[in-house]
Write a protein that binds this ligand. Structure first.
Ligand SMILES: NC(=O)c1ccc[n+]([C@@H]2O[C@H](COP(=O)([O-])OP(=O)(O)OC[C@H]3O[C@@H](n4cnc5c(N)ncnc54)[C@H](OP(=O)(O)O)[C@@H]3O)[C@@H](O)[C@H]2O)c1
Length: 333
């Protein structure tokens, strides 16, 4: 990818998209194209068509998506499937119409069957029933993977679908009603420390195992992928069962209790951790098999404690996580 390449990061203000934009800017890519949701609604086909015709990006990262926790997925299933199908259909199709050289579509590990063996290999896609609560989201993302596969097959494009594990990092969502477990723990521990509370209650038994990757590591992996030489990139595209699919993770997990202890130590909360076992645990383990990524020579750089410390600093610097920031407003065209 030449330094002057025109690169479009869709969703550049989100957790994943802002990390991608930061990474590309740090590597000296200055020809980034970005639009906020307010400036360009990616569900609007005509607007996306006009945008691509004008900007003609050579490389496209799709980090725009309607994303949410169990509650939001459960309450708004129609919006989750409609919005995600529309965003990815419009972007992938217009990228093709305008001759984008490479495209990276971001999905998530929820595309894999609910009860699949661990660690989760790319081969397990479509091998069993999905988790019901986020099935509309997962099916939209699976359709996105199939779109990449089908465009590659019919039109000879080079579109890859990357599936990251749980992410955390700058610009995360710390709203307890919508946040994922790690940012929720950061907020709860911080508030307990400020209130001088002697305990924090955590949902479930603390026994489920989860994997976490810093968003900057995710971005590093995605940029490394899109920059692969043709032969290596094409190898990725010839993924399992014909899917151009690759998992992105660190390959290690820990229990929620271990995670909570790490967060407590970073935040400086010294009270007790109480587990509310009446609340559901969810799936016992969710760990991605990252063998394909490792064989390309990539491995993460940010260990969990260091990453959580950086996330906590960012949380404190942005009104306790109530604000999202435009990480690359200076790079906007
Ligand atoms: N967060 C994780 O742990 C995680 C893990 C694995 C994979 N991923 C994947 O990474 C991708 C991005 O997730 P994220 O966590 O970065 O989400 P996020 O922080 O909510 O960012 C998504 C971005 O997309 C934008 N967007 C949504 N709908 C749009 C539309 N119709 N038009 C234009 N922009 C739109 C949002 O703008 P507004 O906020 O203004 O709506 C937001 O900036 C998703 O595909 C997700 O599956 C995330």
């Amino acid at each position: 990818m030449e330094p002057s390449a025109r690169i479009y990061v869709a969703g550049h203000r989100g957790l994943a998209g802002s990390a991608l934009a930061r990474r590309l800017a740090a590597e000296g890519y200055r020809n980034l194209v970005t639009r906020t949701h307010g400036e360009l609604d990616l569900t609007d086909q005509a607007a996306v068509r006009a945008f691509f015709a004008r900007e003609k990006p050579a490389y496209v990262f799709i980090a725009a998506a309607k994303v949410g926790g169990i509650l939001a997925n459960n309450d708004y299933p129609a919006e989750f499937i409609q919005s995600n199908l529309a965003v990815q259909t419009n972007v992938i199709h217009e990228a093709w119409r305008n001759g984008a050289k490479r495209l990276l579509f971001l999905g998530s590990s929820c595309i894999y069957p609910r009860d699949c063996p661990q660690p989760i290999k790319e081969d397990y896609l479509l091998s069993g029933p999905l988790e019901f609560t986020n099935r509309p989201y997962a099916l939209a993302k699976i359709a996105g993977v199939e779109m990449c596969a089908s465009y590659n097959r019919q039109y000879g494009t080079r579109y890859v679908a990357a599936m990251p594990t749980n992410l955390y990092g700058p610009g995360d969502n710390y709203d307890l009603a919508a946040s994922h477990v790690l940012p929720a723990l950061i907020r709860k521990m911080h508030e307990a420390k400020v209130r001088e509370s002697d305990r924090v209650v955590i949902w479930g038994t603390g026994k489920p195992r989860r994997e976490f990757l810093h968003s900057d590591d995710m971005a590093d992996a995605c940029v490394a992928l899109i920059k692969l030489p043709d032969d290596k990139f094409d190898e990725v595209l010839r993924g399992p069962n014909g899917f151009p699919l690759i998992n992105i993770g660190c390959g290690e997990d820990q229990t929620i209790a271990e995670l909570a202890r790490t967060v407590a130590s970073v935040v400086g909360f010294r009270g007790a951790l109480e587990f509310d076992t009446a609340k559901p645990d969810g799936t016992p383990r969710k760990l991605l098999d990252v063998g394909r990524l490792r064989r390309l020579g990539w491995s993460p750089r940010i260990d969990l404690s260091t990453g959580i410390a950086a996330a906590y600093k960012d949380f404190l610097a942005h009104d306790g996580g109530t604000k999202k920031k435009d990480a690359i407003s200076e790079a906007k065209t």
